[in-house]
Ligand binder design. Structure first.
Ligand code: T4K
Length: 395
């Protein structure tokens, strides 16, 4: 366990880990179950286009999300586009600036205009008063984001959308398995979209899903997912190819088999980080409301540089030197990305994007890893001013 300043790798000590401790290492369920499923796929010679495993995956995702309809896709970005098109969204769409680029790209790629809205600097949720002020004559929808799986302000967003007769879609890429007020994320707004990318706690290598209670929206999205084909040779709408193939569905199902285990291990990791870092001045772990369902997939650390003397980026560098790779999701905010740059001020997004980092978790990260990572964080932060001075001198 590191206890002295000189032991920090960034200041010349030996790295704490030989093998990198990384955010985003995929959970892998039972290899046997996966290979058995793959064998069946190969034996059947049915590899894509609504295969039996894709259909089973859709049933199980819908069941877990508590929604009647699920359309599995090749990724969440395409699922967002299907949801928007199937709902008939046009013109401008209000979305938070503090999110992954995919939220904005999903809109722009299909000719919609993302209108970026600032967020609460404490938790990254959309600022509702600003969202309302941004509604203009061309606004047809709000695209909410349950950032890090934390439910957005669902009551307020729902009533805002209703008051202005706007569509409401949720980018729930991070929120599969999460809940709000005892209800599963998935059943809010017109449609919600999950990601099953490799870095998510349930993965299908790449993959996503649109879930909805709206049967007509589901029917249209399902058709658009497969080139707008209604029946053989009968193309009835502009479509795309957003299908989930059977190998991905096999992985997704195998992940779902172990969902409880993944949630448990994420929860244990979250609690260990929370307990190890509790009381360290200038650090705040974003709390998960444990009365609600959560996947505990993102363990988010907020670094108050004014109190620690060490800013978030220097702490990331300290960790990287130890072979610990945390991520500054979702820096710098869409408003600072070239395609979406705007001159309006985004003080909330700038503040949170400069302070937070997402810590390594998942089944590859052990309790001992977390104890060692937290010892490094505590040491670096408690001697923050000295670490910063040394880093500046060395630069
Ligand atoms: N909306 C939101 C709010 C999102 O966050 C995302 C995606 C989407 C929509 C769109 O969902 P998809 O269309 O992807 O289904 C990663 C993921 O690619 C992306 O899915 C995810 N969000 C985003 C937050 O993270 P990068 O560019 O940061 O990934 P990368 O390659 O830097 O990997 C992240 C970490 O995971 C690294 O530490 C390495 C590790 N890793 C990654 C992969 C792929 C592994 O250890 N093994 C792996 O196989 O985007």
């Amino acid at each position: 366990m590191k206890r002295t300043l000189g032991s920090l790798a960034v200041l010349g000590g030996a790295p704490a880990f030989d093998t990198p401790v990384v955010f985003g290492r995929p959970n892998i369920g039972s290899r046997k179950a996966f290979y058995d499923r793959l064998d069946k796929v190969l034996d059947s010679r049915w590899l894509s286009n609504g295969g039996v495993l894709c259909e089973e995956f859709e049933r199980r995702v819908a069941q877990a999300a508590g929604t009647p309809y699920c359309i599995a896709t090749c990724n969440a970005t395409c699922a967002l586009q299907l949801a928007l098109r199937a709902r008939g969204v046009t013109g401008e769409v209000i979305m938070p600036a503090f999110t992954f680029a995919a939220t904005a790209h999903a809109l722009s790629w299909i000719g919609l205009t993302p209108v970026l809205c600032d967020v609460d600097p404490d938790d990254g949720s959309l600022l509702l008063s600003e969202a309302e002020a941004l509604i203009g004559p061309d606004t047809t929808a709000i695209l909410g984001v349950h950032i890090w799986g934390r439910p957005s302000r669902l009551d307020e967003l729902t009533s805002l959308a209703q008051r202005h007769a706007l569509a409401l879609i949720f980018d729930s890429a991070h929120a599969f398995g999460c809940g709000w007020n005892g209800r599963r994320i998935g059943g809010f707004g017109d449609a919600e979209v999950f990601s099953f990318h490799a870095t998510k706690f349930i993965n299908s290598f790449e993959g996503g899903a649109l879930v909805t209670a709206d049967g007509e929206l589901a029917r249209r999205a399902r058709q658009m997912r497969n080139f707008g084909i209604a029946r053989h040779d009968d193309v009835v709408s502009v479509g795309t190819n957003a299908k989930l193939h059977e190998a991905s569905a096999a992985m997704g199902l195998t992940s779902l088999d172990d969902m409880d285990h993944f949630v448990r291990s994420n929860r244990e990791n979250y609690r260990r980080y929370r307990d190890e870092l509790a009381g360290t001045p200038g650090l705040r772990l974003l709390e998960v409301d444990e009365r609600e369902a959560s996947n505990y997939q993102y363990v988010v650390l907020d670094v108050d540089a004014a109190r620690t003397g060490l800013d978030r980026d220097d702490l990331l560098a300290v960790l990287a030197a130890e072979n610990v790779f945390a991520r500054r999701y979702f820096y710098p905010g869409c408003h600072r990305m070239d395609p979406y740059r705007t001159h309006r001020p985004f003080p909330g997004t700038d503040s949170i994007a400069a302070r937070v980092m997402v810590l390594p978790t998942g089944e590859c990260v052990t309790a001992d890893d977390i104890t060692a990572v937290c010892a490094i964080i505590r040491l670096a932060v408690e001697r923050g001013h000295e670490v910063t001075r040394c880093l500046r001198r060395a630069a």
